[in-house]
Design a protein. Structure first.
Lengths: 128, 128
């Protein structure tokens, strides 16, 4: 079964789920190189669209994602990686999950989770 | 907070998670119309890239996805919808989740879940 990297210009949307809690932590994109690096290191790598390069999740924060299980969907155009998330959270805004905002019916987004770490402590002063 | 529909030509990758079990069921794409239809009906709609049109999940099978919670990620370029999944499964191949194949280290994919319904019974004879 060939992964459908061609559908989105070489990228496949990849869901990261905490293996123990079941919480969906983030969504990123893998290209073939990122998938290879992920399998070889057992730590999640993505292709960063904004920086246009391979990106190991946690390379700055230390909050790496240890691979426990890799699934592909029926059309082989989406990946699900179940992980052990090292550290207090994956989100650069200081939350366990990047999906910490609830979208209301009126289109407004409100924070629905507790912050779990200090952004300044982890990413340095002046970090967003 | 504006959703970043512009990043991917009007589409936002959307993760569907079973609210009770935590299982990740599928990944689809929403455009603004699909998100609006989802909010108005409380049933998940996607934009079908292959058919190039709005698509209500379950319109053929009856296996609709009832919206329980909608989250957006920190960059507002991914959506997570927690749902009550009506029926025995969301996958057109007869499984509870579309992520029923495990990807091995050698790149081979093997079925890792039990089939939960007959594709022929639900989608009709000759259906894939």
């Amino acid at each position: 079964m060939e992964l459908a990297f061609g559908k989105m210009g070489g990228l496949i949307p990849t869901v990261i789920q905490d293996e123990r809690s079941g919480e969906v932590l983030m969504l990123g994109f893998m290209n073939e190189e990122a998938l290879r690096a992920t399998r070889e290191s057992d730590e999640v790598h993505f292709f960063s669209r904004s920086r246009n390069k391979l990106w190991k999740k946690g390379e700055t924060s230390g909050h790496v994602l240890k691979v426990k299980d890799v699934r592909i969907d029926c059309d082989a155009d989406a990946i699900l990686v179940r992980v052990e998330a090292i550290g207090p959270g994956v989100c650069h805004e200081g939350y366990r999950t990047c999906f910490f905002r609830r979208l209301g019916r009126d289109g407004t987004a409100v924070v629905a989770e507790e912050q779990t770490f200090s952004v300044e402590d982890v990413y340095g002063k002046g970090a967003e």
